[in-house]
Design a protein around this ligand. Structure first.
Ligand SMILES: Cc1cc2nc3c(=O)[nH]c(=O)nc-3n(C[C@H](O)[C@H](O)[C@H](O)COP(=O)(O)OP(=O)(O)OC[C@H]3O[C@@H](n4cnc5c(N)ncnc54)[C@H](O)[C@@H]3O)c2cc1C
Length: 489
């Protein structure tokens, strides 16, 4: 079959590879000059920065793409499991290392918190249980396909629905599990992994903690963009054809069939189309009469991010690869994000330093800091003012927490915001994960991987089912591949 994939983010690449190995003649249309989308990189003054994702979980899903092509995962992508998943700095001065090793983690809990280690291990095993019950249904199958409801994973889940905690919020569940409020905050943070608010998102999402803390947090030996580089090469090797600098402006439809696409200056016709771009682009501009348009417009968008890419002329042994400097007013932080649609003056600051592992990412004696805070998606805020103000707040928080004067060490700066994220990746209003998961119905409301109205049109990537983040985008590619196989082979 002649198949088009629109977008070459991780979801689009994975889909192209999978379908090419099944014998599809795959063409990818990408508006940028190179693949990757949110998973991208920039070079500046001798520093390299991964611009989007920094945490790599479930690397087996990438490995699987190599193995279906009969290849080994390339060395530069092979990922090391981290000993310390993240170093947390709390407003009261506690510095807590989340070790992968269970003995070290136990010691950390005993020495530094008011919690019994059993409470933390119980929490982790509950996250594992929720993941194991729900992932076969919510993550690895086309959830919106009625015939799936009769399959064993769905039946199994039906018997254990009470374990999934749909009716509690993440915060409510975490608050019940821990006496030490700092651990509540730590586990609440996982809501931000899909751009949501822990005070509203269902406790089912506590399964996210399982991926990072039980299975492990990984980092590719050559940095995150190496994943894209090697998947792109793998796709080319499978015969996938790429058209870069080619924006898709319209999907051409006739009755229940999508016939092809229109770019700036030409039309291309295909048997099958896979959208791997923000579904809101499709509903708003690319396909008139899309049945989910109204629902999608009403849904609350996920959060976005403000990111400062700083070249720093010094090294900081007190920091790890991943570091979180928590806000002292976490609930207010989310109220500001989702209700007032702004950024609090004491934001939680994430610092990711790839040069801790990839030495070539910064000149000797220097570090490449990726400094990120959660931001609302763009709804017309004065970003210039908000960026300047937030930059001041971030700097003062870093100085307070680490006892340094960071401003004088910043030798290079680039800035990412909801506006640049929309420009660079086509994600409407810069929302990182499409719609938020701020309600118990969110999994049901997420855009499905296919539509009944257009039989030959499929959807993958962070704004479709099962959601955003590298593992879920890879899962969406797997689902769509399987659905196409079932329908057409
Ligand atoms: C700052 C940031 C931090 C993140 N951190 C993490 C993390 O630590 N771990 C994690 O797992 N995930 C993280 N994520 C989320 C993760 O990056 C995304 O969920 C994932 O990369 C999305 O992939 P995708 O395939 O859906 O599409 P995208 O990466 O959004 O790619 C879409 C592609 O389509 C192209 N395109 C758009 N419109 C058109 C059009 N009309 N015609 C042609 N081409 C078009 C775009 O140029 C782009 O290349 C982060 C994201 C960001 C931005």
């Amino acid at each position: 079959m002649k198949t088009a994939v629109i977008g070459s983010g991780i979801g689009g690449l994975a889909t192209a590879i999978r379908l090419a190995t099944r014998g599809h003649e795959v063409t990818v249309f990408e508006k940028n000059s190179r693949p990757g989308g949110k998973l991208s990189e920039i070079y500046a003054d001798g520093f390299r920065f991964d611009t989007g994702p920094s945490l790599f979980t479930l690397p087996t899903l990438v490995e699987e793409l190599f193995s279906i092509c009969g290849e080994e995962m390339k060395d530069e992508v092979s990922a090391e499991r981290l000993d310390i998943n993240c170093r947390y700095f709390f407003p009261d001065g506690l510095v807590f290392d989340f070790h992968h090793d269970k003995e070290k983690l136990e010691e950390e809990v005993v020495q530094k918190t008011k919690e019994k280690p059993e409470a933390l291990f119980k929490r982790l095993s509950k996250s594992k249980e929720v993941y194991e019950i729900s992932a076969p249904v919510f993550v690895f199958t086309a959830f919106h396909k009625l015939s799936n409801f009769n399959t064993p994973p769905y039946k199994e889940m039906a018997f254990r629905l009470h374990k999934l905690n749909f009716f509690r919020t993440m915060h409510g569940a975490n608050n019940g599990d821990f006496k030490d409020k700092r651990l509540v905050q730590l586990f609440d943070r996982y809501a931000t992994y899909n751009g949501s608010n822990p005070y509203r998102a269902p406790a089912t999402l506590n399964m996210i903690a399982h991926l990072e803390n039980n299975i492990g947090a990984y980092f590719p030996r050559k940095g995150m963009y190496a994943i894209i580089n090697s998947l792109y090469k793998l796709a080319v090797k499978q015969g996938v054809l790429f058209h870069f600098n080619t924006r898709v402006h319209k999907l051409l439809s006739e009755g229940k069939t999508v016939k092809g696409i229109r770019t700036l200056d030409s039309k291309h016709y295909f048997d099958l189309l896979v959208s791997a771009i923000d579904v809101k682009q499709i509903t708003r501009n690319l396909l008139a009469g899309h049945p989910h348009r109204k629902r999608l417009e009403k849904a609350e968008p996920s959060s976005s991010a403000l990111i400062f890419y700083w070249g720093i002329n010094k090294t900081f042994p007190q920091l790890q690869l991943h570091n979180i400097l928590f806000s002292a007013r976490y609930k207010d932080e989310f109220r500001k994000l989702f209700r007032e649609r702004t950024i609090i003056d004491d934001p939680t600051v994430y610092i990711f330093i790839s040069s801790k592992i990839v030495k070539e990412d910064a000149p000797k004696g220097k570090e490449n800091w990726f400094v990120m805070v959660n931001a609302p998606s763009d709804s017309g805020q004065d970003w210039e003012a908000l960026v300047a103000e937030t930059r001041r707040h971030i700097i003062s928080k870093i100085n307070r927490t680490l006892g340094i004067d960071i401003e004088k060490h910043i030798v290079t700066e680039r800035i990412g915001s909801p506006v640049t994220i929309e420009r660079d990746t086509g994600s409407v209003n810069g929302a990182l994960y499409g719609t938020s998961s701020n309600s118990m119905f969110s999994a049901f409301l997420r855009h499905p991987n296919f539509l009944n109205k257009y039989k030959n049109l499929y959807f993958v990537g962070g704004s479709a089912h099962p959601g955003g983040g590298i593992p879920l985008c890879l899962a969406s590619a797997k689902i769509v591949d399987e659905e196409i196989r079932i329908r057409y082979e």
